[in-house]
Design a protein around this ligand. Sequence first.
Ligand SMILES: *Cc1c(COP(=O)(O)O)cnc(C)c1O
Length: 222
Amino acid sequence: MSTIPENFETIRAQIKKAERMAGAGEGTTNLVAVTKTQSHENILAALSCGQRLFGENKVQEAQSHWQDLKMHYPDIALHLIGPLQTNKAAEAVALFDIIETLDRDKLATELSKEMKKQGRGLECYIQVNTGQEPQKAGIAAQDVGKFLTYATQDCGLTITGLMCIPPLEEPAALHFALLKKLAKANHLKNLSMGMSADFKKAIPLGATHVRIGTALFGQRPA
Ligand SMILES: *Cc1c(COP(=O)(O)O)cnc(C)c1O
C-alpha cells in the first residue's frame, strides 16, 4: 500500500498532467483533500505534504479536527462539502471558509443571518442536482438562475461557484459538462466537480476544484 505522501505526489502529478492535456494553465485546478472519517494522524500527514485546502462533510466532525489546527495553520482553507442543517449554520459559518453545498432558500436565509451576526462573509457555491435524483440534495439545473438571484440579491450572499455529485450509474462527464454550462450562463467562476474516480474527466471540462479522499488516504472504513 502506498503512503499518504506518495499518494499526494501521484495525485498532484495527475492533476498537472490533466491540466496540460486540457490546455489549462498549471494550477488552475485546486486539490481539495477530503478528510471525512480520517484519523487525526492522517490529517497531520496531509499537512506535512504542504496541503492546506481541505473538505469535510459534517460540521461536528470537522470541528473536532480543525478548530485547533486552524489556529496553528492560519493558511488552511476548509470547505464544507456535505449537507448542512439550518440549526448547524452558526457553527458552520464560524469554522468553514467556503460552503459548497448551498442547496435551498431556507439555508441561504439562515447563512446570511449568521454571516452578518458573526461578521464573516464566506463564499458559497450552489450545489446542483444535475442528475435530478430525488434522494440527492441540490438545486435543479433549470432553477439555478432563480436561486442565484435569491441568494445574492435577497440574502446578500457571495456566490462564486457551483458544485455537483453526479449519479453513480451515469457517465460523469455529461454532468460536468452541464455544470460548466450553467456556471458560464450565470457568470460563476468556480466549478467543484470530480472525485477520486473521475477527477481526470472533470479537469478538461473546467473543474477549478477536485474533491479527493480515497485516492489520497485509502479506502474509508465502512
Ligand atoms: C466523500 C466525498 C468526496 C471524496 O470522495 P472520494 O471518492 O473518496 O474521492 C468528494 N465529494 C463529496 C461531496 C464527498 O462527500
